[in-house]
Design a protein around this ligand. Structure first.
Ligand SMILES: C[S@@+](CC[C@H](N)C(=O)[O-])C[C@H]1O[C@@H](n2cnc3c(N)ncnc32)[C@H](O)[C@@H]1O
Length: 281
């Protein structure tokens, strides 16, 4: 079968089953199978796909039909300025999370060597992106998921940062090393009602450990805020990603724990997404 027929059939199949972006997804799958760029495929639509590759293509297409996100099928996602390898043990890096990078960089002068902790590192997208921008800093990245730590280590290696980031598979509750200049975290923050309302792509494919913040969505935010008090130096910063409805409650928890609020930032959709705070004493 030639590329144009494959694309037409694949696209019709996904469309029939109401998958979003059927044309783009089909092209990306063909691009993965043939190991060719999309543009190259479109310039060679009369090329033939061999039987072995047709079988591969159909397998990937079926995964998309089952609503598996394209990022897992392709095995990567772009975040900030880099490409990150991912699998189903980690959350797919989100454009919203780039706000945490933007805000954090403002508190990390280029020439200073700050000590950073990333809580719930997942794919490592936040800490790797920060260290690429601020090579003088050093970091520790922790995650409760062993598989996530393995993915993050692979990404650190991919970006030649394996010697700059210490990865530890541990629950934030048990972590004891202190004296950090900065803690960043995008913890799981979805409450149980919202969890049920998520798109199937997310609900059935992304790791629950990365999504669920307990019944009220604050279980892990509370943990990170409380624990960071012990791990940060005085006057050091805690920078958090939050759910867009969590601003007021999160500010309350931060203030109750003695933090000063520096800034609350909105994402590209105009939703509250990031809080910068300072541990006062
Ligand atoms: C929302 S994901 C964020 C992943 C990545 N930092 C990002 O922004 O794409 C939250 C991460 O926190 C981890 N996690 C959940 N509970 C944790 C805990 N108690 N201690 C450490 N990590 C935890 C999850 O395994 C998951 O990788």
């Amino acid at each position: 079968m030639i590329y144009s027929e494959i694309i037409k059939n694949g696209c019709n199949f996904l469309k029939k089953h109401k998958i979003k972006n059927p044309y783009l997804d089909t092209e990306l799958i063909l691009s993965k199978v043939t190991n060719k760029k999309r543009e190259e495929i479109l310039l060679n639509v009369n090329n033939k796909l061999n039987n072995k590759d047709i079988t591969k293509f159909n397998k990937y297409l079926f995964r998309r039909y089952e609503k598996e996100p394209m990022a897992y099928i392709l095995g990567y996602k772009h975040f900030w300025k880099s490409k990150f390898l991912i699998n189903k043990s980690v959350l797919i890096p989100r454009p919203d999370t780039e706000l945490i990078i933007e805000e954090t960089l403002k508190y990390l002068p280029k020439e200073k060597s700050k000590k950073i902790l990333d809580v719930g590192t997942g794919s490592g997208c936040i800490i790797v992106s920060l260290l690429k921008e601020r090579p003088k800093c050093s970091a520790t990245a922790i995650d409760i998921s062993k598989n996530a730590i393995n993915v993050a280590k692979t990404n650190a290696k991919l970006h030649q940062l394996e010697n700059k980031i210490n990865f530890i598979n541990i629950d934030i509750d048990k972590y004891k090393s202190n004296n950090y200049d900065l803690i960043i975290s995008n913890p799981p923050y979805i409450n149980s009602i919202e969890l049920n309302r998520l798109d199937d792509d997310i609900k059935f494919h992304e790791p629950m450990l990365a999504l669920s913040g307990g019944s009220d969505g604050f279980r892990d935010l509370r943990k990170v805020i409380k624990k960071s008090k012990k791990l940060l130096k005085i006057n050091a910063k805690l920078i958090l990603e939050i759910g867009h409805t969590q601003k007021n409650q999160c500010l309350k928890i931060l203030r109750e724990n003695g933090y000063f609020i520096n800034k609350i930032s909105k994402d590209l959709c105009g939703k509250y997404r990031c809080i910068v705070s300072t541990k006062l004493k």
